[in-house]
Design a binder for this molecule. Structure first.
Ligand SMILES: [Fe+2]
Length: 254
């Protein structure tokens, strides 16, 4: 299949943008209607756009007619509660699919590595169209937390850790890059996640927002990282033995 892929993601599979300084009232996420939906740990989701405008989080190809993860239908009642969040997702003027807020409870670095996965972003996406990637815009101020990206989940040397203060913005080819978040804190983390179709509009917007892959990685104590890595890999191996295959290699529908 030959999709249009943005050259800016080619080298690293992600790009970090400048922080978005817009101040958003927390009620834009706390007052949304939430759905229990598990992805990468103890999570819930609140959809702003879904396959056909219902308050649910299923992948678009489960519906009749099935669709790829684009042409998401906005949910009026949710957009009424979260107008700024909808505005942020629409700002690049790219085609959007699923638009959701994730709520993630605090976890450990080992938990995050255990839950790291690849997304199923391009199922039934027609040949020749834009490769679907994801935009993450952190809502809560979680400067001690970080997104963990790896080219190879079994190779810590391929890891990038990106801090998540309020307004942090990252575009990730999450079907290529293993990803999860280590959330250090006492309160849940909230983040806007948007499926975007690659194309000139998204690319233009990325270039207008100071893209870089030169990130100051959150420091980790070497012994701590080694212990947590061993714990995570042991738990991953046990899960693989239990299922007879690694369920995180089946791309996540979440
Ligand atoms: Fe994911």
């Amino acid at each position: 299949m030959s999709y249009y892929r943005m050259p800016i993601l080619e080298e690293k599979g992600y790009v970090v943008l400048s922080r978005d300084n817009r101040v958003i009232e927390p009620r834009e996420w706390t007052e949304l209607e939430w759905v229990d939906w598990k992805s990468s740990g103890d999570t819930r989701f609140a959809p702003l756009a879904s396959a056909y405008g219902e308050i649910e989080c299923n992948a678009f190809w489960h519906f009749d007619p099935p669709k790829p993860d684009k042409d998401g239908v906005w949910i009026d009642s949710q957009v009424d509660t979260a107008p700024t969040l909808a505005e942020i997702a629409l700002e690049p003027e790219a085609n959007v699919g699923r638009v959701r807020i994730i709520e993630l409870q605090p976890n450990s670095y080992a938990d995050a590595l255990y839950n790291s996965h690849l997304d199923d972003n391009n199922r039934i996406n027609p040949d020749g169209e834009g490769w679907i990637v994801r935009g993450f815009r952190n809502l809560t101020d979680d400067g001690e937390s970080f997104m963990i990206l790896r080219e190879d989940i079994n190779d810590p040397s391929t890891e990038t850790r990106i801090a998540l203060p309020a307004g942090a913005r990252i575009i990730v080819d999450s079907e290529r890059m293993w990803h999860s978040v280590c959330h250090n804190g006492d309160e849940p983390r909230y983040c806007l996640i948007t499926s975007f179709e690659s194309g000139p509009a998204l690319e233009k917007w990325i270039f207008e927002n100071d893209p870089t892959t030169d990130v100051d990685m959150a420091e980790l104590d070497a012994d701590f990282a080694e212990d947590q890595e061993a714990e995570a890999q042991e738990r991953r191996a046990k899960r693989t033995a239990h299922y007879g295959y690694d369920p995180t290699e089946v791309r996540s529908e979440a």
